[in-house]
Write a protein that binds this ligand. Structure first.
Ligand code: KG4
Ligand code: ZN
Length: 333
């Protein structure tokens, strides 16, 4: 019954989780609101807030799980990819805790962990499955052959899907992070009110820079004619943008599923919290006879529970890291 303490600090959420024998007993997430002032994550500020939040987050995670710190068997942490200063806080905490308690360390790849979050739920995908991983920094279609054997078969050539959401919301004058707000306004908008182009990229790769520019020009031209254009049409704009981003993602996913002849299809990463994308994938799954796996909301955006479950499976494999381990801003699958 391994007891694993897990730490996530790759971007702007400080998170700690406790997992006992593969069951998540706590998942504490401290969000950082300071970045709203700047319209995006300011790396130096993020690492300073991580420093303030990390000890209370771990204490709360232990308290919620009713686990004593002397009962922990291993410390799992996000090694990368992410913001180096943010990662450093989590990695340093994990190393110090492990050193003080003489515990093994388990280093985790954040992008793999987003996918492994599917092994928290009762209903788990079977290998091999395809996972569309969509976050603020990544957009990937991953062929998942085993827990730690994953192949990226398609990815964005420029902006990530979440970045496209966040940049659109910035153009609309909404605060950061804009993805959840686009989702909120889209619920009462008409997704067919405006159409934006679907890029024609070969293979399973994506591109969002053309869509972003099309949205920018569309807003600029309409605001030139009517200064109240955004306020008067916010819901329709958000619904139309959400629909285009979701269809770009889902059309590629459908082609990949056909080409690889795979019917277990999963969604992961922060943008998987998006209602339009979740509904679109659910419908596509019914139409194509897929088993669709969509994480619970709390396991979509950055969280330490996904690091804990990944850590549990690495613990079972007996793969540990040494005290010399360092964070990686870029880290391949
Ligand atoms: O995985 P994540 O929490 O952090 C990264 O590793 O990047 O993803 C954050 C991204 C942001 O771009 C945010 O706007 C987007 O996920 N996001 C959403 C929603 N919730 C979060 N995008 C659309 N709809 C949402 N409901
Ligand atoms: Zn993430």
């Amino acid at each position: 019954m391994p007891v694993i303490l897990a730490i996530e600090s790759s971007c702007d959420e400080t998170s700690a989780s406790v997992c006992v024998d593969g069951q998540i007993l706590s998942n504490v997430i401290a969000n950082q609101t300071i970045h709203e002032l700047y319209g995006g994550v300011v790396p130096e500020l993020a690492s300073r807030v991580h420093q303030q939040n990390i000890v209370p987050a771990v204490q709360q995670a232990l308290l919620n799980a009713k686990v004593n710190k002397n009962d922990i068997d291993a410390v799992a942490f996000t090694r990368g990819p992410g913001l180096l200063g943010s990662l450093l806080v989590g990695v340093s905490f994990a190393k110090a805790f492990a050193l003080a308690k003489n515990l093994p360390l388990i280093d985790i790849n954040h992008m793999q962990a987003h996918i492994l979050a599917h092994f928290i739920a009762e209903k788990k995908p079977s290998f091999p499955f395809l996972c569309l991983t969509v976050s603020g920094g990544h957009t990937q279609i991953v062929l998942v052959k085993d827990y730690f054997d994953m192949e990226v078969i398609g990815q964005t050539l420029d902006d990530a899907a979440g970045e496209a959401m966040d940049k659109t919301s910035k153009i609309l004058g909404l605060p950061y992070p804009g993805g959840p707000l686009i989702d909120k306004y889209a619920r009462t908008g008409n997704p067919d009110a405006y159409t934006f182009p679907e890029p024609q990229i070969p293979g399973f790769d994506f591109s969002f820079s053309g869509v972003k520019t099309a949205i920018l020009y569309f807003i600029r031209d309409n605001v030139a004619n009517n200064p109240n254009f955004i306020q008067e049409n916010l819901n329709d704009i958000c619904a139309s943008v959400e629909k285009r981003i979701a269809t770009i993602l889902l059309n590629k996913l459908k082609r990949a599923a056909r080409e690889y002849n795979i019917t277990d299809i999963a969604l992961a990463g922060g943008v998987s919290a998006n209602t339009g994308l979740r509904e679109g994938l659910t419908k596509m799954g019914v139409d194509n006879g897929w088993n669709v796996f969509i994480p619970k909301f709390e396991y979509c955006t950055d969280n330490a529970a996904m690091i804990a479950i990944a850590g549990y499976h690495k613990y079972l494999k007996g793969e540990f890291a040494g005290q010399e381990i360092a964070p990686l801003a870029r880290m391949p699958m």
